[in-house]
Design a binder for this molecule. Structure first.
Ligand SMILES: [Zn+2]
Ligand SMILES: [Zn+2]
Length: 367
């Protein structure tokens, strides 16, 4: 029986272990994918640190991955939008699986609110069939309920994975708060994949000026290359007051502030930067790091519109792929992949991402 090397997460803060699993037999509707690159999402170190509750360990991490179709069931001839596919094609699959039976799924028709959503890469135990349920693996086994999209030949695998799940997260966030108008001013808090994806969306939407507040310098440099008019390095300006002052002096309060940091403290700061009648989109603080004081008067006095957005649906990933097909010649997002790790180096990858050493880190099982 053919086997796949995988990296297994069993216990918080312990090194991940390389193991070998049998590759299950291909059934109707299923696809066996050979992983090309699996992104190390900013959430992965939180999983590893035990901050994401209820993970059914053992788990194979990796919920943003691209790979080539190795084998495809004879009844499955297209991707999830009817594009013909064959063995060898590069695809991006949707890790999440909504339940289809809850209020969000049935009534709201928005599966991001699904209460029983499961996802490859964190909420399937690799002890259970089909075992190969995360991207930190040579092979991933997509069951019949999985959505996936073909990546056009013009888009390198590195570009598709560059901002990982952050990109469809940003696309959905922009949908939720109604997008940007040309000429609107924007401050983005956070220069990780979500923040940089928001920058791309804001730039393509004609927003100006756009300020990115974040770290480290390598990410801020990429932000400037992608069109940020100003970047503020949080390691230079360590306290909230001085960052607020720097941003206000440069661009004043702005039409739209986007929180993409993952740190709850950023929210109080963001409220100070929004203009009267402006909008604040909060997307980054996904892992629950606790409560922080904020000044709610700002929300009232400024007639602020406040939006939260979590997860994304297959349509948002499809739009990312279309956007890359149209714009990656100029965006050149493949340059954002700065660190590659083999399966055996997955623990270092998590540490480096946690330590903000990478613009984007990927697991490359061929290494
Ligand atoms: Zn993620
Ligand atoms: Zn549901």
């Amino acid at each position: 029986m053919a086997k796949s090397k995988v990296v297994v997460f069993e216990k918080a803060n312990q090194p991940l272990e390389v193991q070998e699993f049998d590759i299950p037999e291909l059934k109707e509707g299923c696809v066996l994918v050979k992983t090309v690159l699996s992104g190390v999402c900013g959430t992965d170190p939180h999983c590893w640190r035990g901050q994401v509750k209820g993970m059914p360990v053992p788990v194979i991490l990796g919920h943003e991955s691209v790979g080539r179709i190795d084998k495809i069931a004879s009844d499955r001839k297209t991707d999830s939008v009817g594009e013909p596919v064959k063995e060898g094609d590069l695809i991006f699959w949707v890790a999440g699986h909504p339940c289809g039976q809850c209020h969000a799924c049935v009534i709201e028709k928005d599966t991001t609110g699904c209460i029983a959503r499961r996802s490859y890469g964190w909420s399937y135990s690799c002890a259970d069939y089909p075992h190969l349920t995360g991207g930190y693996s040579e092979y991933v086994f997509l069951t019949a309920r999985s959505f996936f999209f073909k990546i056009p030949d013009s888009v390198p695998a590195e570009a598709a994975i560059a901002f990982g799940c952050g990109f469809p997260t940003a696309v959905r966030g922009f949908d939720v708060m109604g997008g940007v108008q040309p000429g609107e001013s924007v401050i983005i808090q956070g220069a990780g994949p979500v923040g940089l994806s928001c920058l791309v969306m804001a730039k393509l939407g004609g927003a100006s000026p756009i300020v990115v507040i974040g770290a480290p310098p390598s990410r801020l440099e990429l932000a400037r290359r992608l069109g940020a008019d100003l970047t503020v390095d949080i390691s230079d300006l360590k306290d909230s007051e001085s960052r607020i002052q720097a941003a206000k002096e440069a661009v004043g309060e702005v039409n739209l502030v986007i929180e993409a940091t993952g740190f709850p403290e950023a929210v109080g700061e963001g409220l100070e930067l929004v203009k009267t009648f402006g909008r604040y989109l909060v997307m980054g603080v996904f892992s629950d790091l606790g409560a922080v004081p904020i000044n709610p008067t700002r929300i009232v006095i400024k007639n602020m519109r406040l939006y939260g957005s979590v997860f994304w649906e297959p349509k948002h990933l499809h739009r990312v792929i279309q956007l890359l097909a149209a714009h990656n010649d100029t965006l050149s997002l493949q340059d954002a992949v700065t660190h590659r790790y083999g399966l055996a180096e997955a623990t270092s990858a998590l540490e480096d991402v946690e330590g903000l050493k990478c613009v984007k880190a990927v697991i490359d099982p061929s290494l």
